[in-house]
Design a protein around this ligand. Structure first.
Ligand code: FES
Length: 106
């Protein structure tokens, strides 16, 4: 998608989250998983690149999410794939906090 067509979209508010929480939102046809770890927020596509597993339903270890379907792992701070059977990075979205709003660029 060309950068010019992207824009920040409010997907949630910070008072909805405690550390370790995650929320799945639908934005522009994408299912996006928003995580809070410590005092930071991260957003990645909620669809595993191996076989479409729902990543936000997986175990979160620090900033690593394990797909609940076959155990592929991804770094939620970058979307980088970390372990087999997934071999492709998952889309990662820039995120900002405006007031109490969580906004992602998509
Ligand atoms: S669907 Fe995620 S590892 Fe297979």
């Amino acid at each position: 998608m060309p950068e010019a067509t992207k824009e920040y979209t409010t997907v949630a508010t910070t008072d909805e989250f405690d550390s370790g929480d995650r929320l799945v939102v639908e934005v522009k046809g994408h299912y996006v998983a928003v995580f809070k770890v410590g005092d930071k927020y991260y957003a990645i596509e909620d669809v595993c690149t191996h076989d479409d597993g729902p990543l936000a339903e997986g175990e979160l270890d620090g900033t690593v999410i394990e797909c609940p379907r076959h155990g592929g792992r991804f770094d939620i701070t970058t979307g980088k794939v970390l372990s087999f059977p997934a071999i492709t990075d998952v889309p990662w979205y820039p995120l900002r906090i405006e007031g109490g709003d969580i906004q992602i660029l998509i």
